[in-house]
Design a protein around this ligand. Structure first.
Ligand code: PEP
Length: 256
């Protein structure tokens, strides 16, 4: 059995003031201090990164960002580089979230550039893919996910190498923030498909070690059944990560 440490990641999106973010992360850190065997990550808004890092102190909770630009610096008004994220204490960065793809016209080619830049700095990318409801209903889920994988991981594919720490996230767009979760078997089917693609592209040893997170209305009530699926290695959590009680319960899913 490959050793894939479960990862529970909270995506705070464009929520929380500095004071609220600090208060939330302090509670999460205090209440999960004794949790073993699960890696925990929070991805706060850019403006709260420094304060959250400070509040984390020597906690094992990791800090991530929700996006970055692929250049290291330059005339890119409004953008943040991977280098800046590292300076703020980030070790992870979420790339290609469906909200970025849909609202900000981010393409897989841009995600690919970002992933390459992140890895060149030693930042771990969490690369998101997922189909819309319309695409699922038209029976196009696998085609859409495959096209996103091919485009977003193009550089890794050409180099025939993907860093083993890279994290994939399957987030069906119809399940994000809607309260509609994919059933464990619907999620597993796509996770298995993603792992199959990774295996054909990078080899069995590599694909067996990469973590694939599920995201889409994860809550304390459904995390355990999702985590019971063989190819689900963790969760990317939006709404439920903004509340200390629910996020802590998700992290402690083995005890639920
Ligand atoms: C997300 O934003 O990545 C997400 C999965 O959101 P939610 O958990 O709220 O559906």
């Amino acid at each position: 059995m490959p050793d894939r440490k479960p990862l529970i990641a909270g995506n705070w999106k464009m929520h929380l003031s500095v004071a609220e973010a600090v208060e939330l992360v302090r509670r999460i850190a205090a209440e999960t201090e004794d949790v073993q065997g699960v890696e925990v990550l929070v991805a706060p808004p850019f403006t709260t990164l420094y304060a959250v890092r400070e509040a984390l102190g020597d906690s094992r909770i990791r800090l991530g960002a929700q996006n970055m630009h692929w250049e290291m610096s330059g005339a890119y008004t409004g953008e943040i580089s991977g280098k800046m994220l590292q300076e703020a204490g980030c070790t992870y960065v979420i790339l290609g979230h469906s909200e970025r793809r849909a609202i900000f016209n981010e393409t897989s080619e841009m995600v690919d550039l970002k992933a390459r830049a992140a890895v060149s700095l030693g930042l771990i990318p969490i690369i998101c893919v997922g189909e819309t409801l319309e695409e699922r209903e038209a029976g196009r889920t696998f085609d859409v996910v495959q096209a996103q994988l091919e485009g977003s991981l193009n550089n890794f594919k050409e180099e025939k190498f993907i860093p083993p720490t890279t994290v994939m996230a399957y987030e069906p767009v119809w399940a994000i923030g809607t309260g509609k979760t994919a059933t464990p078997s619907q999620a597993q089917e796509v996770h298995q498909f993603i792992r199959g693609w990774l295996e054909r592209t990078f080899g069995t040893g590599v694909s067996a070690g990469l973590r694939i997170l599920y995201g889409g209305s994860v809550k304390p009530e459904n995390i355990a059944e999702l985590m019971a699926e063989p190819d689900i290695d963790g969760a990317l959590v939006g709404g439920a990560s903004l509340n200390a009680d629910s996020f802590v319960r998700i992290i402690c899913y083995e005890k639920l």
